[in-house]
Design a protein around this ligand. Structure first.
Ligand code: FES
Length: 251
C-alpha cells in the first residue's frame, strides 16, 4: 500500500508541479522573439530600403557588394550569420528558447517537455560552445556599427543631428553594453581565475572582471533592450528610406 502511494505521488510529481507562481513567463519571450524573427527574416531578404543618407541599417552593416557585382542577393545575407550566431548561442537566449520553444524544461521545477534529455552534450547543441568565438566576431560588428553611428552625424560633410542619428547612437550604445556584458567575456577576463593576485596582470584583470560583472548581472535586460533597439533602428531607417516618414533634423 505504501509502495502504491509512493509510486502514485512520484507519477503526480512527474506530471505536474507544486509551483503556484505564474511560471508561464515564457509567453512574452515567445511573442517578441517570433515577431523579431519574422521581421528580421523579411528585412534581411528584402535587400531594399536599408540606406538613406547618412543612415545605414544595422542589419546591413558592414555593407558588402550593394551594387551586386558578384553577389546577386540581399547584402544582409552575407553578414547576418555573425550577429545571429552570437545571439543564438548566447547563454541567456539559450535558456530562454530552450524553455519557451523546446519545453526543455518549461521552467525550474517543471517536467521535461520530452524524453531523452541530452542537454548540450551531443550534436547539435554541443555546437553552442562556440559562443566565445561568436563573441570575437560580435566585437568586430560593434566596431562597424560605431563607425556607422558616427557617420550618421555627417550631413554632406557637415556635422548635424537628425532623429536617425540619435536612434543609431542609442542603438550602438545598447548593443555595446549587451556585447560587453557577455558571460564569455567575463570568463575570459578573469571569471575562470581562483586567485587574481597570483595571476599575470592580476590587478587590471580584477578591475576588468569587476566592470564586466556589473554589466553581466543585468545581461538578460541588455539582451532584450538591444534586440528591440536593433529592430526599431532598422524599422526607422526603412520608413525614412521608403518615404513613409521624413527624418527630422534637430541641428
Ligand atoms: Fe549572452 Fe555572451 S552570454 S552574449
Amino acid at each position: 500500500m505504501a509502495e502504491l502511494s509512493a509510486a502514485k505521488s512520484a507519477s503526480t510529481y512527474e506530471s505536474s508541479t507544486l509551483r503556484r507562481d505564474a511560471w508561464i513567463a515564457n509567453l512574452p519571450f515567445i511573442i517578441v522573439l517570433s515577431a523579431f524573427g519574422i521581421y528580421t527574416t523579411w528585412r534581411a531578404f528584402e535587400g531594399a530600403y536599408y540606406y538613406v543618407d547618412p543612415y545605414l541599417s544595422p542589419f546591413y552593416s558592414p555593407l558588402i557588394d550593394p551594387k551586386h557585382h558578384w553577389w546577386p542577393f540581399s547584402p544582409a545575407i552575407l553578414i547576418l550569420g555573425g550577429p545571429l550566431g552570437f545571439r543564438l548561442t548566447c547563454y541567456y537566449y539559450r535558456k530562454a528558447y530552450y524553455r519557451a520553444f523546446f519545453g526543455d524544461p518549461f521552467g525550474c521545477a517543471l517536467k521535461e517537455g520530452h524524453k531523452g534529455y541530452k542537454g548540450e552534450t551531443s550534436f547539435p547543441f554541443i555546437l553552442q560552445n562556440i559562443h566565445r568565438y561568436f563573441f570575437y566576431i560580435a566585437v568586430i560588428f560593434v566596431a562597424f556599427l560605431w563607425y556607422d553611428a558616427l557617420v550618421a552625424f555627417d550631413f554632406d560633410g557637415k556635422f548635424g543631428i537628425g532623429v536617425g542619428s540619435v536612434v543609431m547612437l542609442a542603438n550602438i550604445v545598447l548593443l555595446t553594453i549587451y556585447t560587453f556584458s557577455c558571460h564569455s567575456l567575463r570568463s575570459l577576463v578573469g571569471g575562470k581565475l581562483d586567485c587574481f593576485s597570483c595571476a599575470a596582470l592580476g590587478g587590471p584583470r580584477h578591475a576588468a572582471w569587476k566592470g564586466v560583472t556589473k554589466l553581466n548581472e543585468h545581461h538578460m535586460f541588455w539582451a532584450w533592450v538591444s534586440m528591440i533597439s536593433v529592430g526599431l533602428t532598422d524599422l526607422y531607417i526603412y520608413m525614412v528610406a521608403s518615404g513613409a516618414i521624413k527624418d527630422i533634423r534637430i541641428l
